[in-house]
Design a protein around this ligand. Structure first.
Ligand code: NAD
Length: 473
């Protein structure tokens, strides 16, 4: 039996990062994964690299180029005759990027001496991991430490089951062979908005059906309102307080019935993307007698150090509590590898940034105003619009704003909420400030390059104290 210091089950952003860090720290490490790519070959990188973060960003970028060509270039004095879309080329480019990065992990494993095993990993009692390969053959690995990083899978609605052709999950919506004339999306969450945007920009008529009465309930209310306004301008139809009751495939169409406060409504679409959230993937991962507990949502129960309570068994990423975000999983993977090596690994879940890669982008870190109110925290806010930022206007991207929330007594930054161009990058500065327990005064006194979009963060910090320069306070 092969013997390791660390065996990681799952090679997504939580697992592969844990494996690399463990190997860097001198631990003999293996990483087990069962994912098979579009080409039928085993692929490292998990959902994020294969059918999530990276391929969706590739298509978001392609569709943005097309949208700009058809909607935004005229104002710059640029015109093009008969712009056309070749979906095959677009999807092929996406696949190439995925292959480059999954291959990159294989290379990093080699460089760091992480041994990959391809097959389904299952934790057995006594810190052994059984690996079942695609051909059914089995082998068992022994480990001093096991890190469970099995990720999550899309939630399937019983009345709209995925068939991979008409009713699809996120992976299916990355691989349409043509632009669907009418696309229905169930769930106005992160995936629904990002992939809805991709196909809308390429010409689909997109209708998003969302069960909750509020749009983007997790985001700050003002950000959600501004984003909703921009999406409406783009022609994304979003039905709030609407619950899907039935989805029937009839020929090449999907016939939907959904209930709203105004009664039942019908909609016919060519494709239906169901993006109503994901659940931890732990089915069949634990053999009887391991002692590892699952909670009521099927997540592995862990403490603040990602320890399961069973000696040498840890769990990280989407299969445990906390937001299902690749970067949160990666940091947990690093922290656990360091804890195993006797170092002080830690992840601060209070400063995990959120990003939605729509147009405009949406990002935030820390508490919303509603959360501050609910927790009776006294606070002040400062906002600044991109419409008053020279760089944003020069880029023809004036939509959105930055809003900072700081403690009314101590001025410590409690949260920053951004909507606008490139805010996926701007949020990083806010994370650093919060991680260093910074105040709005700290950010207000830092020199920000001019002209850049980051000046909106600077001005929002000044605005907390009602001393923004380029707007009335
Ligand atoms: P989500 O939780 O973001 O959104 C799901 C939405 O579906 C919610 O608004 C919910 O109210 C709605 N919903 C649930 N049941 C419904 C029903 N029956 N009818 C209509 N609406 C319904 O989930 P997601 O968009 O599927 O994404 C899954 C996970 O992947 C999330 O945890 C997300 O954080 C992660 N993700 C992150 C990114 C990113 O960071 N940019 C991108 C993609 C996915």
């Amino acid at each position: 039996m092969d013997q390791f210091d660390v065996v990681v089950i799952g090679a997504g952003p939580a697992g592969y990062v844990a494996a690399i860090r463990a190997a860097q720290l001198g631990l003999k490490t293996a990483c087990v994964d069962m994912f098979v790519g579009k080409d039928g070959k085993a692929a490292l990188g998990g959902t994020c690299l294969n059918v999530g973060c990276i391929p969706s960003k590739a298509l978001l970028d392609s569709s943005r180029q097309f949208h700009n060509l058809t909607h935004a270039f005229a104002v710059h004095g640029i015109s093009a005759k008969d712009p056309a879309i070749d979906v095959g080329t677009m999807v092929g480019r996406k696949d190439k990027i995925v292959k480059q990065f999954t291959g990159g992990i294989a290379m990093l494993f080699k460089q760091n001496k992480v041994t990959p095993y391809f097959g389904k990993g299952r934790l057995l009692p006594g810190r052994q991991v059984e690996v079942t390969a695609a051909d059914g053959s089995k082998q068992t690995l022994a480990a001093s430490n096991v890190i469970i990083a099995t990720g999550s899978v899309p939630i399937e609605l019983p009345f709209a089951k995925f068939d991979g052709k008409h009713i699809v999950d996120n992976a299916g919506a990355l691989d349409f062979s043509a632009v669907p004339k009418r696309l229905g999306v169930i769930g106005a969450g992160v995936i629904g908005l990002e992939l809805g945007s991709v196909w809308k920009r390429l010409g689909s008529e997109v209708t998003i059906i969302e069960a909750l009465p509020d749009f983007l309930a997790a985001a700050d209310a003002e950000v959600a309102k501004a984003a909703a306004r921009e999406f409406a301008k783009q022609g994304l139809k979003i039905e709030l307080g609407a619950k899907l009751a039935k989805a029937e495939i009839k020929g090449q169409e999907v016939h939907l019935t959904y209930s709203t406060k105004d009664g039942d409504k019908q909609l016919v679409v060519d494709k239906l993307l169901v993006a109503v959230g994901r659940r931890a993937y732990t089915a069949g991962v634990l053999a009887d007698g391991t002692g590892v507990q699952l909670d009521e949502r099927g997540r592995v129960v862990v403490d603040e150090h990602c320890w399961t309570g069973v000696e040498g068994v840890w769990a990280v990423g989407d299969c445990v509590r906390g937001p299902m975000l690749a970067h949160k999983g990666s940091e947990e993977g690093i922290a656990v590898a360091e804890l195993i090596a006797g170092k002080a690994g830690h992840v601060n879940l209070d400063t995990v940034p959120w990003v939605i890669y729509t147009e405009p982008e949406i990002a935030w870190v820390g508490k919303t105003e509603a959360q501050c109110k609910a927790e009776n925290i006294p606070y002040r806010t400062g906002s600044f619009p991109f419409a008053a930022i020279g760089r944003a206007v020069a880029m023809n991207e004036p939509a959105g704003f930055v809003k900072m929330i700081a403690h009314a007594d101590t001025d410590r930054i409690l949260g920053v909420h951004l909507v606008g161009a490139n805010v996926s990058e701007l949020v990083a500065e806010c994370v650093v400030a919060m991680e260093f327990k910074g105040s709005s005064e700290d950010l207000a006194r830092i020199v920000h390059a001019h002209p850049t979009l980051s000046e909106a963060v600077h001005e929002a910090a000044l605005a907390v104290d009602k001393r923004a320069i380029h707007k009335a306070n």
